[in-house]
Ligand binder design. Structure first.
Ligand SMILES: Nc1nc2c(ncn2[C@@H]2O[C@H](COP(=O)(O)OP(=O)(O)OP(=O)(O)O)[C@@H](O)[C@H]2O)c(=O)[nH]1
Ligand SMILES: [Mg+2]
Ligand SMILES: [Zn+2]
Length: 308
């Protein structure tokens, strides 16, 4: 019997079988040995072979995991050398960001985008809390929007509070499987509550963003959209730690650089300060945005640190 993982706490799971029935499931011990470098062998979005344990109690066992079409991996926040599968079998991933309460850095967005490129998941950047943006933040939004649109990434501006921009968001999510990620407090669950009426998921209390970065959502969970498609809510993350990436391949995950790296004088160019670098030349000409290049260098640096 097949089922899909709708919720994962790390020790138990909620599965939905092909008839739509929900089951509380555990893994059979042996599964845990399959992938020792991952802190979670089973992720939300996984399709599994399941076995009913008790029909009356609604419990089941996960026997095997089907091959993943794709997945998003990140560094485990606690164990640096382990990775954590955020979700599997995705069409796209939306990073929810805010320019106030809290402010998401461009560096965080760029790391998220690199992860999407690495794992072949289409990204979407959603700026939430537009109701809080004053003149300064609206200008910042406009320049970020231009920068990412020029690279080819879709950008949306929404407000869960004022329910603005929700139609465009609906359109993007319809009939697709979308992972929502972003810092704690950016409004992932608030947006989800609007997208899936009736689920009433817990959000941070009305005092709003506390600045303490407490997580309101604690486990990844998938929901069916009323008009088709699925959305996965996740706990907020502080950093997007990239796994299994080498310095040499990083520029392949910046689309605006990818097209130019063949024109560098050296084929192992890391576009730092090598002579004849086509990427640096494009930055100088304003073809590649300087801020994206700065992000590239920052990530490049962080990869070096990890290697010794
Ligand atoms: N002003 C304003 N506040 C918002 C908006 N969206 C969400 N909030 C508030 O921001 C706070 C955090 O929202 P949540 O939906 O819990 O954030 P989250 O991203 O799910 O956070 P975690 O579950 O901790 O990762 C809540 O107090 C919301 O009411 C918005 O568009 N405008
Ligand atoms: Mg939440
Ligand atoms: Zn170069």
């Amino acid at each position: 019997m097949r089922g899909q993982v709708y919720k994962s706490t790390g020790s138990w799971y909620i599965l939905r079988d092909e008839e739509g029935k929900l089951w509380n499931a555990r893994t059979k011990g042996v599964l845990k040995l399959d992938d020792i470098t991952s802190t979670n062998p089973v992720a939300v979005g996984d399709w599994v072979e399941m076995e009913i344990e008790s029909e009356a109690a609604g419990t089941a066992l996960i026997i095997t995991i089907e091959n993943r079409f794709n997945y998003i991996n990140r560094q485990s926040p606690r164990q640096k050398h382990q990775h954590h599968i955020v979700a599997a079998n995705l069409d796209q991933s939306a990073v929810i960001v805010t320019l106030r309460e809290p402010r998401t850095s461009q560096g965080f967005i760029d790391r998220f985008l690199v992860a999407c490129e690495m794992y072949h998941v289409k990204p979407l950047i959603v700026f939430n809390k537009s109701d809080l943006y004053r003149h300064k933040e609206m200008n910042l939004y406009a320049s970020l929007c231009d920068m990412y649109t020029a690279v080819g990434y879709p950008v949306l501006l929404v407000s869960a509070e004022k329910q603005e921009g929700m139609e465009e968001l609906h359109e993007f999510l319809c009939n697709k499987v979308t992972l929502l990620s972003g810092h704690s407090g950016v409004g992932k669950s608030s947006l989800l509550n609007l997208l899936v009426p009736g689920i009433d998921r817990k959000t941070q209390d009305i005092s709003g963003w506390s600045g303490k970065g407490q997580h309101t959502t604690t486990f990844a969970e998938m929901f069916d959209l009323p008009n088709g498609g699925k959305v996965i809510d996740t706990p907020g993350m502080r950093e997007f730690g990239l796994v299994d990436i080498s310095k040499q391949e990083l520029s392949h995950y910046f689309p605006e650089m990818r097209d130019r790296i063949h024109h560098c004088q050296f084929n192992n160019c890391q576009h730092y300060n090598e002579p004849g670098c086509a990427v640096k030349a494009a930055v100088g000409q304003g073809i590649i945005h300087e801020d994206r290049y700065v992000s590239y260098l920052t990530i490049l640096d962080s990869i070096e640190e990890k290697n010794y």
